[in-house]
Design a protein around this ligand. Sequence first.
Ligand code: ADP
Length: 169
Amino acid sequence: HATKKKNPNIFLPHLVASMEVEESYIMIKPDGVQRGLVGEIISRFEKKGFKLKGLKLFDCPKDLAEEHYKDLSSKPFFPKLISYITSGPVVCMAWEGVGVVASARKLIGATNPLQAEPGTIRGDLAIQTGRNVVHGSDSPENGKREIALWFKEGELTEWTQVQAPWLIE
Ligand code: ADP
């Protein structure tokens, strides 16, 4: 009889890249900025082929950090997380592309950098969960929500990426 092969990704829907054009909010956290990793991190998304639609260096106010991480507000580490995110400037980015949300999560790697695969941003550049250098939206819905939260009208740019036909057939 035919054996049914289970798709292991079925249990990890956020890791399955979709064929839809999506947006992801990617943020270099204060440790990434202080450690001089801004160029290195941007470069990984740029080289992958995604399109940058918004970019700014920004001092995050406490209420915005709390709103962004509101789903974690009951966690014991929440106060530490808020003081970490507001401890220095962050780099806010909006990236667009086919499957960008799941792909960015893969490029970023596991939340705990010691468990993140080598080759990922956290796997290559960080040690601790509380200093994991970068954020990436966990769903297309949250990508939209977070970009609307962090960027004001007029801060996002629509443009044509000339390399697009060399990236998508
Ligand atoms: P991710 O950023 O990988 O989506 P989560 O949404 O679970 O991970 O958590 C958001 C952020 O909260 C993490 O990136 C990390 O900065 C912080 N965080 C999560 N868990 C812990 C923890 N146990 N201790 C300290 N900080 C944590």
